[in-house]
Every structure is written in C-alpha cells, then in structure tokens.
Write a protein that binds this ligand. Structure first.
Ligand code: SF4
Length: 343
C-alpha cells in the first residue's frame, strides 16, 4: 500500500471523526449525508440529517413524500436544487431499482444531483469499492501533497488531480481512507493555517518540504460577483402573510416566497393597484443581502399592512407567520418572517 494511504488510515483510526450519524449506515443514509455535505459543513448538516431520516427513514418513504414536504425539511440548508434532486432521485430508485439503493457506480452516478465524487464516496463508504473522490477539500490536500500548481478550476489541473487521486487509492480499507481524506481536508490540511506539524504525511508532502504550503493550491482569478436588486413585499393582514409558490424550476423552485418585484416605488404602486390592495401602512425595512454562487441579491423589504384581505390572488396564499416558518421557504424569507414574528 502507498505510504500516503496507510498513513492516512492509521491517522483516521486515532484522530479522525467518528460517531457521525451516517457512519456505518447503509447506502441510502450515506447518499443523504453526501448530498447535504455538498457546500455545507458537518456541524450544520447533522441536525438537518437527523430530522430528515426521522421523517423519511427509507428511500421509499422519501419517494412517497411530496416535493413540498421534502423542501420543508431542507429549508435553511440552501442550494435547494439539491433537495429537489434528492426527491427525484428517490423516485427513480423506486421506479428503476425496486426501492433498493443501487450498488453499481454507473447506476449511482446516473441519479439526479449525483456527480463523480458523490457516487465514489457512496461506493467507497457503503460498499467498500475502490473509487476516488475529489471534492474541494481533497483538491487542496492533493495539490499540496503532490506539489501541483495551477488553479484546480482549470480542467487540465483538475484532470491531473483526478489521476493522482486514483493512483493513491489503497487496495483495502477504502471506506476508512475516504473518510480520512475528508477529515484531513476539513481539520488538518485546512485552507488557512494548516496543522502541518501534526500531519501524518508531512515527510512526503511536496508543498511542506519545499515551503510552498501557503501558495498551493493556486487560487483562481475571481471575477467580481454581479449584484441584482429586488423588492420583497411583506403583504400582511393581522398575523397572516401573503406567499407565492415558485414554479419548480429556477432559483427557489417549488418554494414559498414573498412577492418579488424589481426595485422601485413605481413597481410597488403597480402591484398595489393591479391587485386592488387596500393598504393601511407602508414601512421600508432594512436592506438585506443574499449571496448565490453567481450573484448577490440586494433585497429591499417593504411591509404593506392591509385593512382587509383582497379577492383571491393568483398563485398566492395567506399563511400564519408561524405556519410559514415551518414551510419550504428560502433563507432570506425566513429571516424576514422571523423578525416580524419576534417584533
Ligand atoms: Fe497539508 Fe501540511 Fe499535511 Fe502537506 S504537511 S498535506 S500541507 S497538512
């Protein structure tokens, strides 16, 4: 066995993360955890994971649920396409695999929302199959350990890292090794101030031995993130708030949102007029920013208090604020409603 993998496996047994609720569980549970862990840290994921498996103990239970129920349990985790894909994938497992989570790499990779690393992590951890992972943390570890310069966002650099990831795979204990790589990236070989002094592979690490830890992996040149501006309307009647359901594709697809307008007083006036709203008071609330991967949304929330509820508005429903808070709503809507409830 390569000394990298044997050192990592030994280190994991003594110092790695143990007792995570999905460790040692079946493929369904490993899959859930892997999807939740994409872009999200372990400490944040654990309570969501526990609530999720309690509500949907098997893949068949998840397939039977409505998309709205699934998104309600996902609400707050962000990146909602993951929740929708999880639900679609569960239905596919029931349709194509008789409700048994598949055990072949290609079958797992074919599920919605599952990429090469997620499929490999499931194969390695649930079935002890030899597949390499390469998420952001592992890219950093391997770029440093192998001394590979160039941004991992560049295709040729990424291909080189995949090659190394496969070369370093052990023949046995693949599950433990995969967990070790993840733990090492999260706790030892961190982006800033890595703990090289206690690292088990320090003597073979090219970056450490050549004093290049701080410069690897080579950062990518970031473009400025564009900004968009929107008004969110908190249309309230007593303790009820008006929510609109988004269509199931696009940002916040399938979730309950506040009416969203382009920023500007004339848009608010048009909305009030077009829906014949009987407005009793208007309050401009403090602006808030929500960051997506490709842009920043600058939100100007406006509170409209109504004297009476209007005739039925298209695709909109009235909900008690407390009921809305336990529904599938995106984070900035949750922030605003929690403020209203606490006011
Ligand atoms: Fe990462 Fe430092 Fe270990 Fe090298 S020695 S793999 S840079 S923690």
């Amino acid at each position: 066995m390569h000394s990298f993998s044997s050192s990592l496996i030994r280190w994991q047994r003594e110092h790695g993360r143990h007792g995570l609720p999905w460790q040692g569980a079946g493929a369904y549970h490993v899959w859930l955890s892997e999807v939740m862990l994409q872009q999200t840290q372990v400490v944040t994921v654990i309570p969501y994971y526990l609530r999720f498996v309690e509500a949907f103990p098997t893949v068949a239970d998840l397939a039977l649920a409505s998309e709205e129920q699934v998104l309600a349990y996902w609400s707050g985790l962000g990146y909602y396409a993951r929740g929708r894909n999880l639900h679609r994938a569960a239905r596919r497992v029931v349709d194509l695999h008789d409700g048994q989570f598949p055990c072949q790499f290609e079958q797992i990779l074919a599920l919605p929302g599952v990429g090469r690393t997620t499929a490999a992590a499931i194969c390695a951890q649930a079935y002890q199959m030899r597949y390499a992972i390469l998420d952001g943390n592992v890219k950093r570890v391997l770029a440093r350990y192998c001394g590979i310069s160039g941004s991992p966002a560049i295709k040729s650099v990424e291909s080189l890292l995949w090659e190394r990831a496969e070369l370093l795979l052990p023949d046995v204990d693949v599950g433990c090794y995969t967990q070790a790589l993840m733990d090492m990236g999260a706790t030892l070989c961190t982006r800033s101030r890595p703990k090289c002094v206690v690292c088990p592979v320090q003597k073979d690490c090219v970056a450490y031995q050549s004093g290049r830890v701080a410069e690897l992996p080579t950062p990518r040149i970031r473009k400025a993130v564009p900004e968009r501006f929107s008004t969110f309307l908190l249309v309230m009647h007593g303790g009820d708030v008006l929510l609109e359901k988004r269509t199931s594709s696009g940002i916040w697809g399938g979730m309950w949102c506040l009416p969203q307008l382009d920023e500007g007083q004339s848009e608010i006036d048009d909305y009030v007029q077009n829906n014949a709203l009987d407005v009793n008071g208007v309050i401009q609330l403090a602006r808030l920013t929500h960051t997506f991967t490709h842009f920043k949304l600058q939100i100007s929330p406006v509170h409209l208090a109504l004297t009476q509820k209007p005739r039925q508005l298209q695709k909109a429903v009235w909900m008690k604020v407390s009921e809305a808070l336990s529904s599938a709503i995106p984070t900035p809507v949750r922030t605003l409603l929690a403020e209203i409830q606490g006011a």
